[in-house]
Design a protein around this ligand. Structure first.
Ligand code: ADP
Length: 236
C-alpha cells in the first residue's frame, strides 16, 4: 500500500517559490483504481512523479509497502521505478526505429541483478502484448499503428516487469474520446483481472466518474470527492 504523510512540495524559480502541495496525506490500498483530478497546475503530476520515485525533492514521507522512498539509495530507487511501478504518459514515448516487441522488451535492458536473456525477454514481451490484445503487432513499427494502439504498446511496456502499481499521467490526452474510453477499459481490466493498483491523472470528467475513487488536487491539498457532494469538484 501507499501511505503519504505531510508531503510538501514547492518549486523555486529564481526568487519565486511556488508551493504546490502543502502537507498532504493520502492512503492507497493495494488493488485500488483511482482518478486524480484538479485544475491545471494544481500539482497532480507533481504528486504522481513523487509516488513514482521520479522526484525525491519534497518534504514529508511516501511509504510504499512500509518502505519510505526517501530512505532508498539511488540504486534501490531505480529498482523501485523499474519493478514496482509502471508509468504511462500522455505521449507514448515509443522508439520509432524499434518494433513493438522490441519497445516492450526495453525494460529488460535496464533490469538490475540477473540479466534477462533475449529469449526470455521476447517471451515476456509477447505475453504482455497479449495482455493488451495486440499480439499481431509484435513486428510492426510504432509508426504503423493508430494512437490508441500506440498507447496500448506503451502500456504493455509498463507491464513488462509486472508492476504492482500503474501511474498514468493523462493517458488519454492524445486520443479521441472513443479510443480513450477503450484505453480506460484496458486499465480497468488490468485492475480487476490482474489486481494492479491503477492511479490515473485526468482532465476528463467521464473517466473520473468511472473510477471507484476520485481525489481532487486543489489549492495545495487533496480532497476525496464523494459523488453525492457536487460542490466538492465544482472548480476542478
Ligand atoms: P498539474 O499536473 O496539476 O497540471 P503540475 O504538478 O505539473 O500540475 O505543476 C504544479 C505547479 O508546479 C505548476 O504551477 C507548475 O508550473 C509548477 N511546476 C511544475 N514543475 C515545475 C518545475 N520543474 N519547475 C518549476 N515549477 C514547476
Amino acid at each position: 500500500m501507499i501511505r503519504i504523510r505531510g508531503m510538501h512540495k514547492s518549486y523555486s524559480t529564481g526568487k519565486v517559490v511556488t508551493e504546490v502541495l502543502r502537507g498532504v496525506d493520502l492512503d492507497i490500498e493495494d488493488g485500488e483504481f483511482i482518478s486524480v483530478i484538479g485544475p491545471s497546475g494544481s500539482g497532480k503530476s507533481t504528486l504522481l512523479h513523487a509516488v513514482g520515485g521520479l522526484d525525491s525533492d519534497y518534504k514529508g514521507s511516501i511509504e510504499v509497502d512500509g518502505k519510505d522512498l526517501a530512505t532508498l539509495s539511488d540504486a534501490e530507487l531505480s529498482g523501485y521505478r523499474n519493478e514496482t511501478v509502471g508509468f504511462v504518459f500522455q505521449s507514448f514515448y515509443l522508439l520509432p526505429h524499434l518494433t513493438c516487441l522490441e519497445n516492450i522488451a526495453l525494460p529488460a535492458v535496464f533490469k538490475r541483478g540477473a540479466q534477462m536473456d533475449t529469449q526470455a525477454a521476447n517471451a515476456r514481451a509477447k505475453a504482455v502484448l497479449e495482455q493488451v490484445d495486440l499480439a499481431e503487432k509484435a513486428d510492426a513499427l510504432p509508426t504503423m499503428l493508430s494512437g490508441g494502439q500506440r498507447q496500448r504498446i506503451a502500456i504493455a511496456r509498463a507491464l513488462f516487469n509486472e508492476p504492482k502499481v500503474m501511474l498514468c499521467d493523462e493517458p488519454t490526452g492524445n486520443l479521441d474520446s472513443k479510443t480513450g474510453a477503450a484505453v480506460i477499459e484496458l486499465f480497468r481490466t488490468l485492475n480487476e483481472r490482474d489486481g494492479i493498483t491503477v492511479i490515473i491523472v485526468t482532465h476528463d470528467p467521464r473517466i473520473a466518474d468511472s473510477t471507484p475513487r476520485k481525489i481532487l488536487v486543489a489549492d495545495g491539498s487533496l480532497t476525496e470527492v464523494d459523488d453525492a457532494d457536487p460542490d466538492a469538484e465544482a472548480d476542478a
